[in-house]
Design a binder for this molecule. Structure first.
Ligand SMILES: [Zn+2]
Length: 266
């Protein structure tokens, strides 16, 4: 319906909501407290999402539907048959095709109001340097801790907030790390949790999608300025259906964000 609507940077940089945006986002704009100002903040935001599997796909879907302005997707590799029990953005016909490409094509079908770029690459510091210019939020939905740690170190170094989302079996977690306020992922997990090995854990799509949608809402609230985002780790166990919150603490001895990093041993 809105083919080619955001055809120029003038459109993207408009300080007012366009008619098409008011129509597209009418239902969320009808939510008490969520104003055009919030919607414009969301539209003016640029997000990098690392990982578009069952978890990251649900997050990306939530952000694109809600009207994020620009989305950079990074995910290395092609879709395989065992991935299909949890994908929201790709199906059987995509087996053997780049997951970053499949995700971006599907998201562009959903909305032409969002600028989306796909990068079929592994997460490295060099790649992040290339694609993170102007990014307001990094979303970590990778399935392995080495890449999560690269994302975290980069985010801390560049002073960019990092939204962490992860799942393992029936357990899932999400937390927003804001530089200078909350500590970082390394404060929470100084060691790499071995039982969260990418090839070892079980996955139900519904678990991925649930925590993915919760993470998407955290990102929407944070970027739009709507409501409060607590400095907590959300932990959802779908075996028991219990949701718990843990206060995030900054570790002064953290080698990534703590005082030792700055040579200020306490
Ligand atoms: Zn830290």
């Amino acid at each position: 319906m809105f083919e080619g609507f955001l055809s120029t940077m003038d459109d993207l940089n408009s300080v007012n909501m366009l008619k098409e945006e008011k129509i597209r986002y009418a239902r969320q704009l009808s939510h008490p407290g969520f104003t055009e100002k919030n919607q414009l903040k969301l539209r003016n935001a640029k997000v990098l999402i690392a990982g578009v599997g069952g978890l990251g796909g649900a997050i990306a879907h939530g952000l694109v539907c809600a009207g994020i302005g620009r989305l950079e997707i990074i995910h290395y590799g092609v879709l395989e048959e065992p991935d299909l029990n949890r994908q929201t953005l790709m199906g059987e016909n995509g087996v053997g095709i780049s997951r970053a490409l499949l995700a971006s094509e599907r998201l562009k079908e959903i909305s032409s109001l969002v600028q989306i770029e796909a990068h079929d690459k592994a997460v490295t510091e060099k790649v992040l340097e290339e694609i993170c210019d102007g990014v307001d939020l990094i979303i970590d939905a990778r399935h392995n801790f080495p890449e999560r740690k690269i994302l975290n170190t980069f985010a801390v170094t560049k002073n960019i907030p990092l939204l962490f989302a992860a799942m393992n079996g029936m357990e899932s977690q999400a937390a927003l790390f804001v530089p200078e306020k909350t500590g970082c992922l390394n404060c929470l997990y100084p060691e790499n949790p071995q039982d969260w090995d990418p090839f070892g854990f079980s996955v139900f799509g519904a678990v991925s999608h649930t925590i993915g949608s919760m993470a998407a809402m955290i990102a929407i609230k944070f970027l739009s300025g709507y409501g409060e985002v607590d400095e907590t780790l959300i932990s959802l166990n779908m075996e028991t259906m219990k949701l718990r919150h843990f206060k995030l603490h900054k570790d002064p001895s953290c080698l990534i964000c703590g005082c030792e990093r700055h040579g200020l041993r306490i």
